[in-house]
Design a binder for this molecule. Structure first.
Ligand code: IPM
Ligand code: MG
Length: 356
């Protein structure tokens, strides 16, 4: 039976980069990959089309899909909408409605791009980290939350950072399983010196670790982890952390690789149904100019093939095609290196297709 892929371009450069990733999927389809693509609006585009960032029809489509390919959401024209109508709510709604609790964010440095990193080449060359971020819990979703007036008549904002034991247990297992397939080192990042929720986090991760004797488990406070990531990132293999810490650390890790425009991500539920998206945002400043880098989205297609469609060979082919395009010196502006040839979004998509 053919697999259903929901394609959600979203806003800003999302539209342009998804177009190139869809070309890759269509090409694989012409070679025999049995998939069916359907597109739907989300984020600001959802608001424009149906008055809310996650329209009912879009939600129905993604619920039926085997995998989802998402571009990016957000734009300045939506910033003054009430919070529940903002584009980001569409993304958070997708994550929670679909139970996509495990967010995998690889930070890999392509050797061809070592000089595009703002860190010294010897610090980042060969970098290959996997950040496993919990995605449907923690302070992003904790209740109570809001803005209220306190007893002194002052306004105060409040959020709740809460994790249940099962939530910690299941994300820890995902991280240990991934570590087993990689370098067998897992660093759990928390703030156990201050937060009770982190104390429990550490305890539960340790308990799960007892079942994974081969994996070397370490624990690090998040402030130190941020420092170590820029000091000597190659000390890390797999990192596992809460929703908000993962949000922050994954941006830092992305920059080690030279460009956030290169990094894909996967958000998985308990059955490996997944949503795949570049980790960068909608970049309104360059939207519509044809200069956005489509490689993170194309690499997200590779992750989709790997994690949700069980097509490892095709995934490897895409990864290799991207490598060859970089070998040829083809560069979008965000990854420009000395001697490279600057090209735009569509040319980059075509270059990958040609290599495929
Ligand atoms: C990310 C983004 C989102 C997040 C925003 C857009 C809600 O920064 O995917 O990292 O904070 O999770
Ligand atoms: Mg983020």
């Amino acid at each position: 039976m053919s697999k259903k892929i929901a394609v959600l371009p979203g806003d800003g450069i999302g539209v342009e980069i998804i177009a190139e990733a869809v070309k890759v999927l269509e090409h694989l389809k012409s070679e025999g990959l049995d998939v069916e693509l359907s597109e739907a609006p989300v984020g600001g585009a959802g608001y424009d089309a149906a008055g809310k960032p996650l329209p009912d029809e879009t939600l129905a489509l993604v619920k039926q899909a085997d995998a989802i390919l998402l571009g990016a959401v957000g734009g300045p024209q939506y910033e003054n909408l009430p919070r529940e109508l903002r584009p980001e709510r569409g993304l958070l709604g997708l994550r929670s409605e679909l139970g996509l609790f495990a967010n995998l964010r690889p930070a890999i440095l392509y050797p061809q791009l070592a000089e595009a990193s703002s860190l010294k080449a010897d610090v980042v060359s060969g970098l290959d980290i996997m950040i496993v971020r919990e995605l449907t819990g923690g302070i992003y979703f904790g209740e109570p939350r809001g803005i209220r007036t306190n007893a002194n008549g002052e306004r105060e904002g409040f959020n709740t950072l809460v994790y249940s034991e099962p939530e910690i247990d299941r994300i820890a297992r995902v991280a240990f399983d991934i570590a087993m397939k990689r370098g067998k080192q897992l660093c759990s990042v928390d703030k156990a010196n201050v937060l009770e929720v982190s104390e429990l986090w550490r305890e539960v991760v340790k308990n799960v670790g007892a079942e994974y004797g081969e994996v070397e488990l370490s624990h690090m406070y998040v402030d130190n982890a941020a420092m170590q990531l820029v000091k000597w990132p190659k000390q890390f293999d797999v990192m596992v952390t809460k929703n908000m810490f993962g949000d922050i650390l994954s941006d830092a890790a992305a920059m080690l690789t030279g460009s956030i425009g290169m990094l894909p991500s996967a958000s998985l539920d308990a059955n490996s149904k997944g949503m795949y998206e570049p980790i960068h945002g909608s970049a309104p400043d360059i939207a519509g100019k044809g200069v956005a880098n489509p490689l993170a989205t194309i690499l997200s297609v590779a992750m989709m093939l790997r994690y949700s469609l069980d097509e490892t060979v095709l995934a490897d082919r895409i990864d290799a095609a991207v490598g060859r395009v970089l070998d040829k010196g083809l560069r979008t502006p965000d990854i420009m290196t000395a001697g490279g040839r600057q090209i735009g979004t569509v040319e980059m998509g075509e270059a990958v297709l040609a290599e495929l």
